[in-house]
Design a protein around this ligand. Structure first.
Ligand code: SAH
Length: 231
């Protein structure tokens, strides 16, 4: 059995329980958030398997253990009234988890560049979390996530769900002092980085682990290319 599949379950609760057994949750907060958000609302197939699943348009909903890991590294900067930016929000799963970790004065902005995925995430969220969209705690924006979303900046936490060739400077600009970004960086060899903004001109970067993410790129690069095979 492939690594990462060990946590698979037959229900959302079983999946979360198995992730917990693997020691992925530093605190109850992340476990509670993942229990409150049924991955079945967001993954089109095998939702309780610990693996990434295609959501179309060359995108995937990330594997549950990667979602848990991202939440783990951001947890310390997520407070009741935090503002959070999720770049490449895809299925909308993580946006919902972030929203469960903040209160009504906090805000989660998901930014996604494929319009059909923006719609998919809104439909997914409406299944069991419509109130988050109605009360404005969650907002999904169609746009280029490499530019961030100036209107609601600065953000206490920024999660980037696709691998950038280099760290987008606009995202660093939109990070609050005291805030943290986690981002996969690189092309062939990707590293998951944690970047803390200590003061207006001081960033502290830490390498967390090697990862495999789809690229943070242009819409054309992601879906425009058709592979032509000559036989
Ligand atoms: N975290 C999400 C999606 C991960 S896949 C989930 O688990 O469901 C990465 C996503 O990043 C895809 O949906 C892809 O369309 C999006 N993406 C890639 N480049 C982007 C860009 N420049 N701006 C916004 N979204 C982008």
């Amino acid at each position: 059995m492939a690594f990462g599949w060990r946590a698979s379950g037959s229900t959302n609760a079983e999946l979360v329980d198995n992730l917990n057994r693997q020691g992925l949750f530093k605190s109850e907060r992340i476990k509670e958030a993942m229990l409150a958000v049924d991955r079945g609302d967001f993954a089109p197939a095998n939702p309780y398997m610990d693996a990434p699943i295609s959501i179309g348009y060359s995108a995937t909903i990330s594997a549950p253990h990667m979602h848990a890991t991202a939440l783990h590294y951001l947890e310390d900067v997520i407070k009741n009234d935090s503002r959070i930016l999720d770049v490449g929000s895809g299925s909308g799963y993580l946006v919902a988890c972030f929203a469960k970790m903040i209160g009504p004065k906090g805000k989660v902005v998901g930014i996604e560049h494929i319009p059909q995925l923006v719609q998919l995430s809104i439909n997914n969220l409406k299944k069991n979390h419509a109130s988050l969209l109605e009360n404005g705690v969650v907002k999904i924006i169609e746009g280029d996530g490499r530019l961030g979303y100036e209107q609601d900046a600065p953000y206490d936490a920024i999660h980037v769900g696709a691998a950038a060739p280099e760290i987008p400077s606009k995202l660093l600009d939109q990070l609050a002092v005291g805030g943290r970004m986690v981002i996969p960086v690189g092309r062939d060899n990707q590293e998951f980085l944690q970047i803390d903004k200590i003061s207006e001109d001081k960033l502290v970067k830490k390498r967390l682990m090697g990862v495999i993410y789809v690229p943070l790129t242009s819409k054309e690069e992601q879906i425009g290319h058709r592979r032509i095979q000559y036989v």
